[in-house]
Ligand binder design. Structure first.
Ligand SMILES: [Zn+2]
Length: 448
């Protein structure tokens, strides 16, 4: 048998360790993995030159089709993701109509017509009917992951409907009975944040720090504590999205020791940026906000000691921001092309983060949490051939040309992906994305 593609002479890194060798791909799947001499011949052979071969990133947290049309975002942004080493994304999507079923069909079809990489969905609970519909949605779409949003005041500019505690409780009670069911919560106390926002607004401040101070760390910690309590009562698996406070992983570790199934996600921006960085202004508004150096270091402790479970970008491309009013500015930035490079530079090179731990954070854990393992997030025979080659020594300067707001312009980072393969197809190579792959992505949240 001749394989379609064979990589040899790589430092192969998986979530559980590493070895020297490579892998072989046929019909989009891994058919062999091991030492160079054990691999079959391939139609195409690549010498990895001892660079790192690791699973492609699974980014379980992004928002596409929010400002720009969804089909367009599914092209431009999945291409940006492929360039960053991401081979699967899971979108948090919202729908204000009573049912998610027609919305799922539409988003799945349009996604498969346009996306370059594989994709799946989490659904936002935006009205009571969405809760009652969960069992039917699980059966007919395969989506088992639902999100409740706190921290958005009722007249927020994005149009997110904030959750009530009743919604969260009822959603948890249902999901606790569904295999692989999980609730995702945006943790910030809505009422306290609204109150403080009015106070801060009245001062006339327009600096980024004022936004952060209007929704301080304790707002997020309060809601994390409340969600842990409800997760314990209902026995529902809980995923804490975009955690920006150092106490997040501490509280989760303590809860896990008592048997609560809770996992913590954080994002590259909370590990690399603070709201008091002198080069940032209101355009760096993100929800939850960038915080200070203490919170940033607390999150790194969680990354290094294992209490942060996974990473997500919260990538959201908005139209160019106006920068004229802090309080009406839309919150969100883009991160797909740099999420891995940021972690290689600040994590692996600067803080000694082991590469296998990075694979856990970026691939293995998201695949486990959202029911994609071992098809995704694994380098083993039978898994989808989703992998990347990484040059740990390559240095590149960030220059953002795509949509959305980049908060790293001009940063020189060490460690970049140089090859991205999605289900056996080379998507990114020689610093270029192969656009022939648009429409090749497939939906991964499917009915059982
Ligand atoms: Zn988000």
């Amino acid at each position: 048998m001749k394989a379609d593609l064979v990589i040899r002479n790589a430092r192969v890194v998986r979530h559980d360790g590493e070895f020297h060798g490579g892998l072989a791909v046929k019909d989009g799947c891994i058919v062999s993995i091991g030492s160079d001499t054990a691999l079959p011949e391939g139609v195409r052979e690549i010498d990895a030159k001892e660079r790192v071969l690791m699973p492609g990133l699974i980014d379980p947290h992004c928002h596409l089709g929010v400002a720009y049309p969804y089909p367009e975002d599914m092209r431009t942004e999945t291409a940006a993701a492929a360039a960053g080493g991401v081979t699967t994304i899971i979108l948090y999507i919202r729908n204000l109509k009573p049912s998610y079923l027609p919305f799922y069909e539409e988003r799945k079809t349009l996604g498969e017509q346009n996306a370059m990489i594989d994709f799946g969905f989490h659904f936002g609970i935006q009205r009571e009917e969405h809760i009652a519909e969960i069992p039917e949605v699980v059966a007919k779409t395969g989506v088992r992951s639902f999100k409740c949003y706190f921290g958005y005041e009722p007249d927020n500019p994005i149009g997110i409907v904030p959750a009530t505690d009743g919604w969260v409780y009822a959603t948890m009670r249902l999901l606790s009975k569904i295999p692989n069911g999980v609730i995702n919560v945006h943790c910030e106390n809505t009422q306290i944040a609204s109150w403080l926002k009015n106070e801060l607004k009245a001062t006339g401040r327009q600096d980024l720090g004022a936004y952060t101070e209007s929704r301080p760390a304790f707002c997020e910690i309060e809601t994390i504590r409340r969600m842990l309590f409800l997760a314990e009562r209902t026995r529902c698996p809980l995923h804490l999205v975009h955690t920006s406070v150092g106490m997040g992983p501490v509280l989760a570790a303590e809860a896990r020791s008592r048997g609560i199934d809770v996992t913590v996600e954080t994002c590259p921006h909370y590990l690399t940026r603070t709201c008091y960085d002198s080069d940032l202004d209101m355009k760096a508004k993100i929800s939850p906000p960038l915080r200070d150096r203490d919170e940033l270091e607390g999150l790194w402790r969680g990354i290094l000691n294992g209490s942060v479970y996974s990473l997500g970008t919260d990538h959201v491309p908005f139209f160019p921001k106006k920068g004229d009013d802090l309080w009406n500015e839309l919150p969100g930035v883009v991160s797909f092309p740099w999420e891995l490079a940021l972690l290689l530079h600040f994590g692996v090179h600067q803080r000694g983060l082991p590469l296998s731990r990075l694979v856990q954070l970026n691939s293995y854990h998201p695949a486990r949490r959202f029911g994609l393992w071992p098809k995704k997030g694994a380098l083993q025979v039978g898994s989808d051939a989703d992998f990347i080659l990484v040059d740990l020594e390559e240095e590149r300067t960030i220059e953002h040309k795509g949509k959305g707001t980049c908060i790293y312009e001009g940063w020189r980072l060490k460690g970049w992906p140089v090859l991205t393969v999605g289900r056996g197809a080379v998507l990114y190579e020689d610093s270029a994305v192969d656009e022939l792959n648009f429409g090749r992505g497939r939906c991964v949240t499917l009915p059982a």
